[in-house]
Design a protein around this ligand. Structure first.
Ligand code: MN
Length: 203
């Protein structure tokens, strides 16, 4: 079974004006679709056909950079769409308590997320992730992912230029400010924390 593009979990206007329908049409409909298509083309007819996307990512890491990039980007984007929502959702009491432990306050978490996102050189991803009962901010470069890591990813933010250029041009901090303050899906983060294992790409 080939991997399919995961549908957006909201209307394409739901994130505007922080992320416009036009950005989503390119980012989801073109960029994400291309990563999926290239992953499918690369695994077809190989012994990776029929594996989960997480298994493909782990198998390709360090041995097949082209496949790894496309498979990891397929996963990262699906996780990113779920990491956003129109109204931000709400954090569970468990997540709130752990965030307070790790960052002191939600405002401090927001400041650190914005700083890490703005400071990430060139393309990549900024993550909120849990490991050994602690929540931290992590960064991965280019297409790299936490999907096959020791971390349980809770949320991610795409800081590639294609995520914000149509809406904010070169002003990555403006995109980050809107996403972090208004659009992060704290309900999704809470579900990921409660599950205690890494979100799985839909089969
Ligand atoms: Mn992207």
């Amino acid at each position: 079974m080939a991997f399919e593009l995961t549908p957006l979990p909201y209307a394409d206007t739901a994130l505007a004006p922080v992320i416009s329908a036009e950005t989503l049409s390119f980012h989801h409909g073109k960029h994400h679709q291309a990563y999926i298509d290239k992953t499918n083309a690369a695994v077809e007819g190989t012994d990776l056909a029929g594996k989960t996307l997480e298994e493909v990512i782990a198998a390709a890491r360090g041995s097949n950079q082209g496949l790894f990039n496309n498979a990891a980007q397929s996963w990262n984007h699906a996780f990113y769409w779920n990491s956003l929502s129109a109204d931000g959702g709400s954090a569970s009491d468990e997540l709130k308590a752990m965030l307070k432990d790790s960052f002191g306050s939600h405002e401090e978490l927001n400041t650190q997320l914005a700083d890490r996102g703005a400071g990430h050189f060139a393309s990549g991803w900024v993550w909120l992730a849990e490991k050994d009962g602690k929540i931290s901010i992590e960064e991965t470069h280019d297409g790299d992912t936490l999907a096959d890591s020791d971390f349980n990813p809770l949320l991610t933010i795409d800081v590639w230029e294609h995520a914000y250029y149509l809406d904010h041009q070169n002003k990555r901090p403006a995109y980050l400010d809107g996403v972090i303050k208004e659009k992060l899906n704290w309900s999704f983060a809470s579900e990921n924390l409660a599950r205690g294992s890494t979100w799985a790409y839909p089969a």
